[in-house]
Design a protein. Structure first.
Length: 201
């Protein structure tokens, strides 16, 4: 559907040119209204285009309505046409289903990363450095995409690099805070397990 179709008629040409009210006959006005009604009978597959068409003619008529003073010879015709178009647009908008939302490339997953991005980046860079995934054939971009899909999140390579720079700026002797925390927590867990086993003997 051509969204400017409702401007290709005698009525719009006359009001756009500021014609005298006598030139805009009832017949010319009614023909315009019939065109609007015909356009509004578009099949369901064209309903979204119909909204654009009505919105366009509403904008054009609204602009003409502001341009012409109330004393203007064709102001009343513009006002009536604008009122009708707005009513039809309001009606059509209630009949048109919302446009489908584009599907995101990020898949839903039951797991989500609840730590910080920097903590996850520590793991990503450590795995990249050790080459323990695919014999080290993947780069940071691949690993970031993998962990992003694993946790249903988008990890941009630039964000990974910025987080890595933040890690490098750390002043402590060990700059891998999260990996150190993992090592410490895992060792404590094994110590607790050892202690429980000792009490059972």
């Amino acid at each position: 559907m051509d969204f400017i179709i409702l401007t290709n008629n005698e009525f719009f040409r006359l009001v756009n040119d500021g014609a005298d009210s006598h030139a805009i006959t009832t017949s010319v006005y009614n023909e315009f209204i019939k065109e609007v009604c015909a356009v509004c009978c578009a099949p369901p597959s064209e309903r979204h285009h119909l909204v654009f068409t009505l919105a366009y003619i509403e904008t054009e008529l609204g602009s003409l309505h502001e341009t012409h003073t109330s004393e203007s010879s064709c102001a009343s015709h513009i006002r009536k046409a604008l009122s009708f178009v707005r009513r039809m647009l309001k009606y059509v908008q209630t009949q048109v289903p919302p446009l489908p939302t584009p599907k995101s490339d990020i898949q839903t997953t039951p797991f989500r990363w609840t730590g910080s991005l920097v903590e996850l980046v520590e793991i990503i860079y450590a795995l990249d450095e050790t080459g323990c995934i695919n014999d080290g054939q993947n780069d940071i971009k691949d690993l970031a995409a993998f962990f992003g899909s694993l946790f249903g999140m988008e990890i941009k390579v630039r964000n990974c690099y910025d987080a890595y720079l933040d890690m490098k700026r750390r002043k402590n002797e060990s700059r891998t805070y999260f990996l150190d925390k993992l090592r410490e927590r895992l060792n404590l867990r094994m110590q607790r397990d050892d202690a429980r086993e000792m009490t059972r003997r």
